[in-house]
Design a protein around this ligand. Structure first.
Ligand SMILES: NC(=O)c1ccc[n+]([C@@H]2O[C@H](COP(=O)([O-])OP(=O)(O)OC[C@H]3O[C@@H](n4cnc5c(N)ncnc54)[C@H](OP(=O)(O)O)[C@@H]3O)[C@@H](O)[C@H]2O)c1
Length: 335
């Protein structure tokens, strides 16, 4: 694969500077507290790689760290936001074998103690990064590590979806949901996607759902009953609340319900249903399996809007408006 000029500059030996630009906060608040500043480039430890980032993903969890509703383990300010992204390895610790300088990688580490991904460089354990799957460029790769691992682990681990099963993806127009629909189709499931708005419904249909309902205006439980009259086998929920609770009545006895931690309000346990709450986890095995699914599904990765690193506050304003239908990303390096 051809490397851009910016990447070539970054991988040239000795080209890692001492300081870098990063979008960080020094107090909790609205998007305006997110400001670009000069901070030290982290030095990779023995098991870590240093990545010159091209793209960073922007997600709801970043806004929670920004406004203080989620607290970082690291109490230090300034706090660099961002949990995932993609770029080129520019340095590798002495014990790293799997990755090398010059590899194009994508990576995910939630609340990275070495600093977040809204930055020119990030240091992460090598197990939190992987080479790009075939056909994925740095822009699209940087948009998906957190959401794709979460989507796939919902389908393959929490629910263990099998060919021919019926599945509801609730919140299918969102970032995790839009990928979960595609991974469920890859496994041969029949998918009813609940989306937000007519445009959200059209978006989810384009991603391959067999049936779609506007979950904000239509009755999801009724749609589920006509989708699978003998009862739906499983539901993967990316939104909590009344529509989800009512929809649980449309599941068959023994059906599985799963959701990532963080949806509000989370569904309560119910007799006759198997409820699983989980977190999307990075790791060598997880990234290998994700690569196979990305290649198998010919994954569509919609990007709603991209912003320069210096526009991180604007990216958060856009995030707060909701209804993005695709991922918001920061473009850190031109090229
Ligand atoms: N624990 C973990 O590892 C983990 C990892 C990733 C995500 N999460 C959690 O998973 C959840 C989803 O994340 P995300 O990034 O995919 O969020 P998102 O992009 O905001 O997705 C939610 C989607 O659901 C739609 N929606 C809202 N109400 C609906 C309804 N009644 N019926 C149908 N659709 C509805 C939203 O539409 P509008 O935007 O138009 O309202 C949006 O398209 C979040 O709670 C996040 O914190 C957890």
């Amino acid at each position: 694969m051809k490397h851009s000029e910016a990447e070539q500059r970054a991988v040239r030996a000795g080209s890692v500077p001492k300081t870098m630009r990063a979008a960080a906060i020094d107090r909790f608040g609205g998007p305006e507290v997110l400001v670009v500043r000069d901070v030290p480039v982290p030095k990779p430890g023995a098991q870590e790689v240093l990545i010159a980032l091209d793209t960073a993903g922007v997600g709801g969890w970043d806004a929670s760290f920004r406004d203080g509703s989620s607290r970082s383990e690291s109490k230090r300010m300034p706090l660099i936001l961002g949990v995932d992204g993609a770029g080129t390895v520019v340095a590798a610790g002495s014990r790293v074998r799997r990755l090398k300088v010059g590899d194009r990688v994508y990576a995910y580490r939630y609340d990275n103690p070495r600093g977040g991904f809204y930055a020119e460089y990030v240091a992460v354990p090598a197990a939190n990064a992987a080479r790009l799957p075939d056909g994925l460029d740095l822009l699209h790769a940087g948009a998906i590590p957190a959401v794709a691992l979460t989507a796939q682990q919902g389908i393959d681990d929490a629910l263990a979806i099998k060919r021919g099963e019926t599945l509801i993806v609730h919140g299918a127009s969102g970032n995790v949901g839009s990928l979960a629909v595609q991974f469920a189709k890859l496994r041969g499931a029949y998918v009813l996607g609940s989306a937000s708005g007519a445009d959200g419904a059209a978006f989810v249909r384009r991603l391959g759902a067999d049936a779609v309902v506007d979950g904000k205006r239509e009755d999801l439980a009724a749609a589920a009953r006509s989708f699978a009259p003998r009862g739906v086998d499983a539901i993967l929920a990316f939104v909590g609340g009344k529509a989800l609770t009512r929809c649980l009545d449309a599941l068959r006895k023994g059906a599985r319900v799963a959701h990532p931690n963080g949806i509000e309000p989370a569904p309560k346990k119910r007799r006759g249903l198997k409820l699983t709450a989980y977190d999307g986890e990075p790791g060598v095995r997880q990234f290998e399996r994700l690569a196979r699914a990305i290649e198998g599904a010919e994954l569509k990765i919609p990007i709603a809007q991209s912003f320069e690193l210096s526009e991180a506050a604007r990216a958060h304003e856009r995030l707060a408006q909701g209804h993005t239908l695709g991922k918001i990303v920061l473009r850190i390096r031109a090229g």
